[in-house]
Design a protein around this ligand. Structure first.
Ligand code: NAD
Length: 473
C-alpha cells in the first residue's frame, strides 16, 4: 500500500498540513492501492517561499552551472526509469510500452534543454545597447494526470535551463507518479528550494499558486476550462502564463497515401495512451473515393488491438484512468450512436474478457458529420471519428473546423504536398508520416488549445525576460 503524506519542499520531504486524504485506485483492478494526503494553501505558501529564496541563488548561476544541474537530473531520472514506468502503469493504466517510452523521454528532456541552453545566446548587442536575457523568477509548473512524469520533466528542464526556481503542482490524481519522480529529482542533489513539489487540489494549492505575488511565471498543462481560470487568476499579479490545453486533432490521409503505412500510424495516433493524450489524432479525415477501403482497414486494425492489463508487454490499450473517465467516454460513445454515426467497431459495453477495471472498447465511428459531439469535443478516450472529404480544400476546411488547434497529422506519398497542406492547418505542430514529435523543436497549440510554446529555444525563451542595458557611447 502506498502511503503518501509528504511534499518535497526546500530540499526535504516534509509532512503536508492538509487533511484531505484521497484513495489511490489501480484502474486495472479497481482496488485501492494507497492513500494520499493533499497539501493545502499553507503548504503552497511554504513551497513558494522556498523557491523565492532559491531564486536569488539561481539568478547568479552561469550557463555551465545550469547545464550541470540538467545533466544531474537527466542521470537521476534515468536511474529511476524502471520505477517511473511501473508507477505510470499502476497509477493510470498507461500501457507498459508507452510508459517505458515516457520514462526515458522524461530524462531526455533534460539533455535536450542542456543542448538548447548551450547554443542559446543569453546576451546580444543592439545598436549602442546590450540586451541581456534573465530568468523571469519563480516558475510554477501545473500538470495534468495523463502524462505526469513527461509533462513535469519537460517543463522543469526549460525552467531550470533559464535559471528559474520551481514549484511543481502535479494533479491530485497522480500521487504515486509524483512520489517516485520527487525521489528521483531529490537524488540529483540540487540546492534546496530549486525544486519544490506538492500535491493538492486546484481550487486550493492551484489557486494559491495562480494568485501569489511570489510566483512570476506559470506553465500550465491541462484542460482549456482550467487554463482559462488560471489565466484570469494570474493577471492581477501580472504573471507570465503559458497554457497547453485540450485538443481534437485531425489525421488527414491524402489520396496518394500508402495505406499500409498510413492506416497503422493513424490508428496509433488516435489510440496512444489509451486515447488519453491531448495530441491524439481523434478525427480521421479520409478521401471519399478511398473511404470504404480505409474504414475496413481501420476496423480490422482496431478490432485486433490487444486490450487488457497494461502490465502485459503486448498490451496496446489499457484501462481508462478513473471511473469518471470510464463513465465520460462511454457517454460519448452513446451520444455518437444517438446522433446517427455508424459504429464500425467497439461500442459502449465493456470488453467481454475484462470483468473489472475501467476498460472501454477501442471504438471507431464512420459517417461522422462535423456537427456531432464526437467530431467536436475532446473525448479523452479510445474513440476515433472518421469523416470523409471530397478534395484537399475540403480536407483543410474540416480539419480547421474545430475550436482546438493542437496537433495535426498528414499521411501522403508526396512529402512536399503534405508539407504545403500542413502549413495551412491551424495547429501548433504538424507531423507528416510520423506520430512522434521532434524533441528539440517548440510545440503546443493555438486557438483554445493554448498560448505559448514549450521545448526548444522558444520554450527556454518563455522563462526569460530581456533587459536592455543602454551604454553611453
Ligand atoms: P485539469 O485541467 O482538470 O487539471 C490539470 C491541473 O490543473 C491539475 O493539476 C489540477 O489540479 C489543476 N487545477 C485544477 N483547477 C485549478 C485551478 N482553479 N487553479 C490552478 N490549478 C488548477 O486537466 P486533467 O483532467 O488533469 O487533464 C486532462 C486535460 O489536460 C485534457 O483536456 C488534455 O487535453 C489536457 N492536456 C493537454 C496537454 C497539452 O500539452 N496541450 C497535455 C496533456 C493533457
Amino acid at each position: 500500500m502506498w502511503n503518501i503524506h509528504q511534499a518535497y519542499i526546500d530540499g526535504a520531504f516534509v509532512p503536508v498540513q492538509g487533511s484531505e486524504v484521497l484513495d489511490v485506485v489501480d484502474p486495472t483492478t479497481e482496488e485501492v492501492i494507497g492513500r494520499a494526503t493533499m497539501g493545502h494553501r499553507e503548504d503552497a505558501k511554504r513551497a513558494i517561499a522556498a523557491a523565492g529564496r532559491a531564486q536569488s541563488f539561481m539568478r547568479g548561476t552561469a550557463k555551465a552551472d545550469r547545464i550541470d544541474m540538467l545533466r544531474r537530473l537527466q542521470a537521476a531520472v534515468l536511474a529511476r526509469s524502471g520505477q517511473l514506468r511501473d508507477v505510470t502503469v499502476e497509477g493510470y493504466g498507461g500501457p507498459r510500452a508507452r510508459a517505458q517510452w515516457v520514462s526515458r523521454y522524461a530524462s531526455e528532456c533534460f539533455a535536450g534543454a542542456a543542448q538548447t541552453l548551450e547554443e542559446f545566446p543569453l546576451t546580444h548587442a543592439v545598436g549602442s545597447a546590450q540586451v541581456v536575457l534573465q530568468p523571469v523568477g519563480v516558475a510554477a509548473l501545473i500538470a495534468p494526470w495523463n502524462s505526469a512524469v513527461g509533462t513535469i520533466c519537460s517543463k522543469l528542464a526549460s525552467a531550470l535551463a533559464a535559471g528559474c526556481a520551481t514549484v511543481i503542482k502535479p494533479s491530485e490524481l497522480s500521487p504515486i507518479q509524483t512520489q517516485v519522480l520527487a525521489e528521483a529529482l531529490h537524488d540529483a542533489d540540487l540546492p534546496p528550494g530549486v525544486i519544490n513539489i506538492l500535491l493538492g487540489r486546484g481550487t486550493d494549492v492551484g489557486d494559491e499558486i495562480s494568485t501569489s505575488p511570489g510566483v512570476a511565471r506559470i506553465s500550465f498543462t491541462g484542460s482549456t476550462a482550467t487554463g482559462k481560470l488560471i489565466a484570469r487568476a494570474a493577471v492581477d499579479t501580472m504573471k507570465r502564463v503559458s497554457l497547453s490545453l485540450s485538443g481534437k486533432s485531425a489525421s488527414i490521409v491524402l489520396d496518394d497515401a500508402d495505406l499500409d503505412l498510413a492506416v497503422p500510424q493513424a490508428i496509433a495516433a488516435a489510440f496512444m495512451n489509451n486515447g488519453q493524450a491531448c495530441v491524439a489524432g481523434t478525427r480521421l479525415l479520409v478521401p471519399r473515393a478511398r473511404a470504404d477501403d480505409i474504414i475496413e482497414r481501420v476496423r480490422a486494425g482496431v478490432a485486433a488491438m490487444r486490450v487488457g492489463d497494461p502490465r502485459g508487454p503486448a498490451t496496446e490499450v489499457g484501462p481508462l484512468a478513473s471511473r469518471a473517465q470510464f463513465d465520460r467516454v462511454r457517454r460519448f460513445i452513446r451520444r455518437g450512436l444517438e446522433q446517427g454515426a455508424t459504429l464500425v467497431v467497439g461500442g459502449e459495453s465493456r470488453p467481454e474478457h475484462l470483468a473489472r477495471g475501467f476498460f472501454v472498447r477501442p471504438t471507431v465511428f464512420a459517417d461522422v458529420r462535423h456537427n456531432m459531439d464526437i467530431a467536436r469535443e475532446e473525448i479523452f478516450g479510445p474513440v476515433l471519428s472518421i469523416l470523409a472529404y471530397e478534395d484537399e480544400d475540403e480536407a483543410i476546411r474540416i480539419a480547421n473546423d474545430s475550436v482546438y488547434g493542437l496537433q495535426a497529422y498528414v499521411f501522403s506519398s508526396e512529402p512536399e504536398r503534405a508539407r504545403r497542406l500542413a502549413l495551412q492547418l491551424e495547429a501548433g505542430t504538424g507531423l507528416i508520416n510520423r506520430t512522434q514529435r521532434e524533441l528539440l523543436g517548440p510545440v503546443r497549440g493555438g486557438k483554445p488549445s493554448g498560448i505559448g510554446r514549450e521545448f526548444g529555444a522558444a520554450g527556454l525563451a518563455s522563462y526569460l525576460e530581456s533587459k536592455t542595458i543602454g551604454l553611453r557611447a
